[in-house]
Design a protein around this ligand. Structure first.
Ligand code: NZQ
Ligand code: ZN
Length: 386
C-alpha cells in the first residue's frame, strides 16, 4: 500500500429515527438562521420536509428555503444558493436530498464565504476555499456517498463541463433507511450501481497487488450486489436498503481508498456524457462500465481476474487470467441486464447525434486507470455505448 494520512471530520448518525434522536443537539451548536436546501419537492410528498421544519422551529431557528436543486446541479444554481446565503447571513445549511442537493450545498457553503468566483479560484489559480458555512446532510437518496466527502460534481453549462469542485465537509450526516423508502426503483438501482462503480473504480486503481483496502472492498461489492437483488425483489425490504445506504457511505468515506490511487475513468467519461446530455449518473455508468472494461482489462488481467473470482464467484479452474477476467466483465454485464439497468445510451433516450467527439475530447484522463486511454479510444468506447 501507498503511505497515507487518515482523519475523518464527519459525524454519522445511522439508523431509524436518527434525526429525532440527534439533530436537536447538533442544531443547538449553530446560529439562528438555517438554510433548508432541497430538490424538486419529493421531501414535501414524503413528509420529510414537515419533520425538518418542526425540528428547526423547535430549536428556535429562522428558516431560509433554497429549493429546486436539480439532478446534476448547475453552477448557476450554486451561485443562486450562495447569493441567498449571503443576503440572509445564513449560519448553517441543512441539505436534504440525494447527491445533487448534497453536492450543490458543499459549494454554496464555500462560495457564500468568499468574494471571488470559486470555479476561477479552483481551476484558474489552483486555490482551495478555506472558510465555509457549517452544514448537515439528511440523506434521502443513497448511492453517491456524497455526504461523506468534500468533492462536488457541478455542471458548468457555459463551459460544457461537469467537473469536481472542492468545498466543505458536512459536520454531520443523517442516514435513516426510512427516508429512502419512497425513492423510485429506477433511482434505487442507478444509485446502488453508482456505489458498485465507486467500489470497482477504487479496487481497480493502483497499486495493483491485493491489500486490506481491496479485501474490505470485495466484501462491500458482494454486499451491494446481493442487496440490489434483494431490494429489487422486495422494495419494502428495509434491511437490504439499510445495507445499501451504509455501502454507499463506505464507498466514499475514504476507508476503501486508503493506500490507493483510484481509477475513476468510467466516472470521468460519464460526467462528460452528463455535461452534454444531462443524463442520470448511475445509469450512464451502467452503460459505460462493461464497454470500458472490455477495452482495458488486458492491461491489468490479475486485478480483473481477482474481481471475477472474489466478487462474482467465478471458478478460476482451467482458465487463463485473461479468460477469468473477461468472464467477470460478462458477469457484470449480465447483472446489469438482470436487474433492469440500461445497457445502451439509446435505452436511456440519449440522442445518437450527441457530439461524441466533443464529449471524448473534454473527458479527463485519470492517472489510476490501468490503461492510459487516448481521446480517440474514449470516442470509440462512447460509440460502442450507443
Ligand atoms: O429533487 P427531488 O424532488 O428531491 O427528487 C429526487 C431526484 O429526482 C429523487 N429523490 C431523492 N430522494 C427521494 C427522491 N424521490 C423520492 N423519495 C426520496 N426519498 O431522486 C432523484 C435523483 O436525485 P439526485 O440527488 O439527483 O440523485 P443522486 O443521489 O444519484 O445524485 C446524483 C448527483 O451526484 C453526483 C452525480 O454526478 C450527480 O450530479 N455525484 C456525486 C458524488 C460525490 N460528491 O461524491 C459522487 C458520484 O460519483 C456522483 O458523481
Ligand atoms: Zn458516482
Amino acid at each position: 500500500m501507498n503511505g497515507f494520512t487518515y482523519s475523518y471530520p464527519i459525524t454519522v448518525y445511522f439508523g431509524e429515527k436518527a434525526a429525532a434522536k440527534n439533530m436537536a443537539a447538533e442544531l443547538n451548536k449553530y446560529g439562528k438562521t438555517v438554510m433548508l436546501a432541497y430538490g424538486g419537492g419529493s421531501i414535501k410528498k414524503n413528509e420529510i420536509y414537515d419533520e425538518m421544519m418542526k425540528l428547526l422551529k423547535d430549536t428556535g431557528k429562522t428558516v431560509v428555503e433554497f429549493s429546486g436543486i436539480m439532478s446534476n446541479p448547475t453552477y448557476e444554481k450554486v451561485q443562486e444558493g450562495a447569493r441567498l446565503a449571503k443576503e440572509n447571513s445564513v449560519d448553517f445549511i441543512l441539505a436534504v436530498g440525494g447527491g445533487s442537493v448534497i453536492d450543490c450545498c458543499k459549494i454554496v457553503s464555500a462560495q457564500a464565504r468568499m468574494d471571488e468566483d470559486i470555479w476561477e479560484a479552483e481551476y484558474g489559480k489552483g486555490s482551495q476555499p478555506t472558510e465555509f458555512i457549517p452544514m448537515g446532510a439528511i440523506v434521502t437518496a443513497f448511492g453517491t456517498g456524497a455526504e461523506m466527502n468534500n468533492g462536488a460534481v457541478i455542471t458548468n453549462e457555459d463551459k460544457m463541463l461537469k467537473s469536481p469542485l472542492w468545498g466543505a465537509f458536512y459536520d454531520f450526516a443523517v442516514l435513516d433507511p426510512e427516508y429512502t423508502m419512497t425513492m423510485p426503483m429506477k433511482q434505487v438501482l442507478s444509485g446502488s450501481f453508482d456505489t458498485l462503480s465507486h467500489c470497482m473504480e477504487t479496487y481497480l486503481g493502483s497499486p495493483r497487488d491485493t491489500n486490506l483496502s481491496d479485501e474490505i472492498n470485495e466484501a462491500v461489492m458482494r454486499s451491494v450486489i446481493k442487496n440490489i437483488r434483494a431490494t429489487r425483489n422486495d422494495p419494502s425490504d428495509k434491511f437490504a436498503r439499510s445495507e445499501l445506504i451504509w455501502a454507499s457511505a463506505m464507498g466514499e468515506n475514504g476507508i476503501l481508498k486508503l493506500g490507493k490511487v483510484t481509477d475513476f475513468q468510467a466516472h470521468m467519461i460519464e460526467h462528460q456524457v452528463g455535461a452534454y446530455t444531462d443524463c442520470n449518473h448511475g445509469q450512464g455508468l451502467a452503460v459505460i462500465h462493461p464497454v470500458l472494461y472490455r477495452h482495458i482489462y488486458k492491461s491489468a488481467p490479475e486485478q480483473f481476474a481477482r474481481l471475477a473470482e472474489n466478487v462474482w464467484g467465478i471458478s478460476p479452474d482451467g482458465k487463463t487470467r485473461e479468460q477469468l477476467a473477461l468472464e467477470g466483465i460478462e458477469a457484470l454485464a449480465s447483472f446489469i441486464k438482470e436487474v433492469g439497468l440500461p445497457t445502451s445510451f439509446t435505452e436511456m433516450n440519449i440522442s445518437p447525434d450527441t457530439d461524441w467527439r466533443a464529449v471524448a475530447g473534454s473527458t479527463i484522463i485519470t492517472p489510476g486507470c490501468c490503461k492510459k486511454l487516448t481521446q480517440d479510444e474514449i470516442y470509440e468506447i462512447l460509440k460502442e455505448c450507443i
